[in-house]
Structure formats: structure tokens, C-alpha cells
Design a protein around this ligand. Structure first.
Ligand SMILES: *[C@@H]1O[C@H](CO)[C@@H](O)[C@H](O)[C@H]1NC(C)=O
Ligand SMILES: *[C@@H]1O[C@H](CO)[C@@H](O)[C@H](O)[C@H]1NC(C)=O
Ligand SMILES: *[C@@H]1O[C@H](CO)[C@@H](O)[C@H](O)[C@H]1NC(C)=O
Length: 589
């Protein structure tokens, strides 16, 4: 169960959009690479009209990075049955679109175009007889026996399969999930047979290892069963060498590294992404494509993680203004803007973007509506009425808006629906500081912690809530849970402010109230994890490891369990309780 959740979470919320984006760019880069090889006489082929491929593909890449997505598509379309690189580029754009819109018709179009691309690639792959394919089944296929072009065909084939797998995960059935897993496995094996063929491959191997290294051991075991293993350092260094190789082929590796430092390590880790490296990686593209939507988006994200929210807001707005073709990129910006204003407790602006999301984006209506209601809960009641909104009604909608993917719910949606449940009763119970709770769910306290004065403001909001709870004359059934939530969040603020003794008191209050918590059972294991990080900050690694191991081993069946296991895995990695090959810990400044 937990492993499934990991994978959905991965695919649906973060990887899906950016992942497919990377693939398109990667494909185009490979095209360059091939054309370069062809020009140097390394590949001989009657099927590729060199000059046209060169011109069209460099044209498509430029169009893409300059936000003219539909023009890039139109350029690739006519030759997609003859050239595997055109085919891949074309289907990648459709996959990307499907991943962003979630529309069944876009999904169908992407799926059938992937099928056609597979056929196109198949034309260029080495034909093997039955005897040979049997021996390949038992012994690994010898990449040395392939011509350069056949290797490219293998690579393209692997990538199309991988995209197909990613898309299959969004399908509605458990069979789809298994098929997806098998496709990933096949494509990984192809990558493995091509290891000496650098360039295109180092990216594939690098990102596989990086992704897998994030997975907690329980999930990893499942993946190992499917034939994977993950080595984070190897993954990072493959990607770094890919990024450093030369300016054209490096784009994809660069984007993957950026996503790792700027998203994955924040949400599924302890927020120790390397911002310096991220900035250095982005710098050349900033000069070349100053108005590229993707570049602006990442520039803004770096600013967010540095705590420079004003600058980030400017850049997100510039990103929105840079193009109209793909509204879905606007939605990503709205999501980020909503958080950037939430960190400042500018709830009116945060509401503005949450509202836009709930009206325009189909990704996760349940989360968007919950988020909007949560933000409204932070405003005085008069202001909510003035905005024409009704918090109770909004919370009541959440349950009905939930998505099922492959028959499973998305953890964040499940969490939101569970929290919203107290509004279902005819005498609704109120959530305390729900927007700050969601901020914690997305690990936002490590971000806002970069700005002590904003952290102080959040702390004072929490202290007011604490007072209100203490003054309650008729405590509800949620009273103890709410008090514990406030203590956890207070502890986080205090820890970020370096007031470690007070933070420890808050955390211990939550842990000692374990038996009184009735609904939010997630609070205790999450608090133990945070207490562990506090011990680490004090330099007491032994204690840190023991508290975190306790949270890992002795609790289960609570909300957001997978997310905590990811974070625990990352935290323990930095404390050397795992393999020695992992990098030394980087304590956030
Ligand atoms: C490519 O092949 C598909 C089916 O295999 C066909 O429907 C489509 O018209 C072809 N496109 C071109 C440009 O030849
Ligand atoms: C935010 O970043 C911009 C551009 O890097 C810089 O000019 C500005 O001083 C920064 N502001 C803060 C508060 O750090
Ligand atoms: C709670 O009660 C104390 C003392 O009775 C009072 O000073 C304080 O203002 C009250 N706080 C809130 C938020 O109602």
C-alpha cells in the first residue's frame, strides 16, 4: 500500500509535468547528437535527410525554449513516421500536454502517438532472430554488436517505453500500474546494455539512480524485485557530467538536477538541495533564453528557496506573462505564488491564486478547494463574507472532488479530505490554522525559516491560536489534536529561529500527549522526526538517529506516511547510519 502511494505521489504531482518536459528536450538534444555524428560520418543512413533534420530539430528546440510549443509540434509532425527523432519529439509534446491537462482525449492522443513512435523506432532497431532473442533473455544483449544508429534506436525505444509507462500510471487500473512497472523495467534494461554509450545514456542511468535512491527501503525492495537498484551519488555524478558535457546535450541533465535540488529534496527530503549548484547550472540558459517560461520558473523557484519571496513573485508573474499557449504552466506558477504569499501570511493574495487554481486547473480539485478554504480560514470572518465565500461549504466539497488513480487515492487528497471531515457534521467543528498545517505538509517551514522575521510572525499567529484553544470553555473532541498540532508547528518555528530548548519542550508536549490524540495520529511520528532533526542540530547524532528510527519502526497507518518515510530516509542518510558512500551532511544555513 505504502509503495503504491509513493509511486503515485511521484508521478502525479511532481514528475509528471516536468518529467515529460525533460523528455522532449532530451529527444531534441539526441537529435542534435545524431546529426552531429552523421555529419562526422559516424552514422550512415538513407532514412535521414541530414540537412532537414538538423534544421528542423534545432528550430524545434529554439521554438520550445522560446515558449512556442504549438509551433514546435507543427514542425515535428510531418516527418514523425520516417524519423525516430521527430516521432519522439512529437509524442513527447503530446505526453506533456496530457500530463498537464488530465483530459481523456489528450491522454488518448498521447497514447496512440507513443504507439506510432514505437513503430517508427522499431524500424531502426536491430532485427533479432528467435535463437538470438532467447540468448539475449538469458545473457545481456551485447551493445557492441549494434551499429551506432541501432543504438540510437534502442535509446529512443527505451525512452518512448518510459513515457508510455509514465502515462500508464495515470490510467485507471491496477493492471495499468503493473504494465507501467514492466515497461520501466524493459527500458531500464535497454539503458543498462548501452552503458558505454555515454551522452544520452548517462542521463537515463543518472535519473533512474537518483529517483530510486530516494525511495525508502520498503519500496526499494519492490523495485529491486523488478530489477532496479539505486545509487544516489552515482546518479548525481552521472547527471553532473551530463550537464557539464556541452551546452546542447546538457539541457536535460541540467533540468533533472534542478528538479532534484529545487523540488524533490524539499518535499521528499530535508530541504538540503544545493542552491549554489542550481544557480550555476541555470546561469547559461538565463542569458540565452531570458524570456523562456521554464527558465523564469526555475529562477523564481531558486528565489523562493532562498527566502527572497518578493523577487520570486516578480519572476513567477514574468513567467505567466511570457506565454499564453500553455495555460498549465500558469497553474504551476499560481501554485507557487500561493505559497510565496502564504509564507508572508499575505492571505488575501494567497487566496487569489488558490481561487484561480480551483477554477482553472483540473489536476487536483480536492487539494485546490481544500487549500482555498484553508487560506480563507486564516482571514477574519468579515473578510471571507466580503469575498463572497463560504468556508464550510468549500470544506464540504472536498470529499466529492477526490480523484482515484489506478483505483488508489492520492495521499495529499486523502489527507485534505480527512481534515475537512469535521465540517460535514451539522454543527461543524473548526480547523485551527489549516493553511499553516498544509505549509508543514509541503515542508514549507524549512523554506520560511530562511526569513527569521516572517517566522516570528507565524510564531505569533500560533501563540494567539494557542491562547484561544486554552480559553475554550467547551472543548470539542478535536481539542487535544488541535493543541498538539499547534505545539508541533510552534516547535518548528522555534527550531528554525534557533531557540532549541523551547522547541524541544513543544515537541515533547506532542509526544507525551500521544494517548490523547484521537484523529491526527500522524502528529506523533512526524513530531518525533522533527525532534530527531533538532537533536542533530544540537550535534547529538546518536539521540537523533534513535528518535527517528523510533518514528520509522513503531508507527504505521497514519496520514502522509509515505512522505514521512521519504524524509526519514533522507535524514538518516545525512547522519551516516546508512552506507558510507553517501555525501556528508549539509546542514541548512
Ligand atoms: C503516420 O502513420 C499513421 C498511422 O500509422 C497515419 O495515421 C498517419 O497519417 C501517418 N502520418 C504521416 C505524416 O504519414
Ligand atoms: C532578492 O533577489 C534580488 C535579485 O537577486 C536582489 O536584487 C534582492 O536584493 C534580493 N532581496 C533580498 C531581500 O534578498
Ligand atoms: C484568554 O484568556 C486570557 C485570560 O482570561 C485573556 O487575557 C486573553 O485575552 C484570552 N485570549 C483570547 C485569545 O481570547
Amino acid at each position: 500500500d505504502i509503495s503504491m502511494n509513493h509511486i503515485y505521489f511521484f508521478f502525479v504531482f511532481f514528475l509528471n509535468f516536468l518529467y515529460s518536459l525533460f523528455f522532449l528536450i532530451k529527444k531534441i538534444i539526441i537529435t542534435y547528437f545524431v546529426v552531429w555524428n552523421v555529419r562526422k560520418g559516424l552514422i550512415h543512413s538513407d532514412n535521414i535527410d541530414l540537412e532537414t533534420v538538423l534544421k528542423e530539430c534545432s528550430g524545434a528546440l529554439d521554438l520550445f525554449l522560446n515558449n512556442r510549443f504549438m509551433d514546435a509540434l507543427a514542425l515535428l509532425k510531418p516527418r514523425r513516421n520516417q524519423s525516430m527523432y521527430h516521432a519522439m519529439g512529437y509524442s513527447s509534446i503530446l505526453v506533456m500536454q496530457a500530463g498537464m491537462t488530465f483530459e481523456p482525449k489528450d491522454m488518448d492522443a498521447a497514447m496512440s502517438s507513443l504507439g506510432e513512435s514505437l513503430q517508427t523506432c522499431q524500424k531502426f532497431r536491430k532485427k533479432v532472430g528467435i535463437i538470438e532473442s532467447l540468448s539475449n533473455f538469458f545473457y545481456r544483449q551485447q551493445a557492441e554488436r549494434l551499429t551506432e544508429e541501432e543504438m540510437h534506436a534502442e535509446l529512443c525505444y527505451a525512452e518512448v517505453l518510459l513515457q508510455k509507462a509514465a502515462l500508464t500510471f495515470l490510467d485507471e487500473s491496477i493492471i495499468g500500474f503493473i504494465k507501467g512497472g514492466m515497461r520501466i523495467r524493459n527500458s531500464y534494461q535497454i539503458y543498462n546494455t548501452l552503458t558505454h554509450f555515454r551522452g544520452g545514456v548517462s542521463m537515463g542511468i543518472g535519473s533512474f539512480n537518483l529517483m530510486l535512491s530516494l525511495l525508502p527501503s520498503r519500496v526499494l525492495r519492490l523495485m529491486e524485485f523488478l530489477g532496479f537498484s539505486g545509487d544516489r551519488e552515482m546518479g548525481l555524478s552521472e547527471l553532473r557530467s551530463g550537464a557539464a558535457s556541452n551546452s546542447l546535450r546538457s539541457i536535460l541533465s541540467t533540468l533533472t538536477l534542478l528538479m532534484f535540488h529545487l523540488y524533490i529534496s524539499v518535499i521528499l527530503g530535508i530541504g538540503d538541495g544545493d542552491l549554489k549548484e542550481a544557480e550555476a547550472l541555470l546561469a547559461p540558459y538565463k542569458n540565452k533564453f531570458p524570456n523562456g517560461a521554464l527558465i523564469l520558473f526555475y529562477t523564481a523557484r531558486i528565489a523562493v528557496l532562498k527566502g527572497n519571496f518578493t523577487f520570486a513573485q516578480e519572476k513567477y508573474l514574468a513567467c505567466i506573462a511570457s506565454q499564453e499557449e500553455w495555460r498549465q504552466i500558469h497553474h504551476l506558477c499560481y501554485w507557487e505564488l500561493m505559497w510565496a504569499y502564504s509564507f508572508e501570511q499575505n492571505w488575501r493574495e494567497a487566496y487569489h491564486y488558490a481561487n484561480l487554481l480551483s477554477k482553472e486547473s483540473k489536476w487536483s480539485q480536492a487539494v485546490y478547494v481544500f487549500q482555498k478554504a484553508a487560506i480563507l480560514s486564516m482571514l477574519p470572518e468579515e473578510e471571507v463574507t466580503e469575498l463572497g465565500e463560504n468556508v464550510v461549504q468549500l470544506f464540504r466539497q472536498v470529499e466529492g472532488l477526490r480523484l482515484k488513480i489506478a483505483g488508489k487515492s492520492i495521499p495529499t487528497e486523502k489527507f485534505a479530505a480527512k481534515k475537512a471531515q469535521r465540517y460535514v457534521s451539522s454543527v461543524p467543528g473548526k480547523l485551527v490554522v489549516p493553511a499553516l498545517e498544509m505549509m508543514y505538509v509541503w515542508n514549507g517551514f524549512t523554506v520560511v525559516g530562511k526569513r527569521p522575521e516572517l517566522t516570528e510572525n507565524i510564531l505569533s499567529t500560533l501563540e494567539k491560536t494557542e491562547d484561544q484553544l486554552r480559553n475554550e470553555t467547551h472543548p470539542s473532541e478535536y481539542h487535544q489534536d488541535d493543541e498538539c498540532l499547534v505545539q508541533l508547528l510552534k516547535g518548528l518555528c522555534l527550531r528554525e529561529l534557533g531557540r532549541l530548548v523551547q522547541a524541544e519542550i513543544c515537541f515533547n508536549r506532542v509526544i507525551s500527549s500521544e494517548n490523547n490524540i484521537r484523529h491526527d495520529t500522524y502528529l506523533v511520528p512526524f513530531t518525533m522526526y522533527e525532534l530527531g532533526l533538532l537533536h542533530k542540530q544540537k550535534g547529538d547524532i546518536t539521540k537523533a538517529i534513535s528518535v527517528i528510527e523510533d518514528a520509522k519502526m513503531n508507527y504505521k497507518d497514519y496520514s502522509m506516511e509515505s512522505r514521512l518515510h521519504f524524509r526519514i530516509h533522507a535524514a538518516l542518510n545525512t547522519m551516516g547510519s546508512f552506507a558510507a558512500k553517501l555525501p556528508p551532511s549539509r546542514t541548512p544555513a
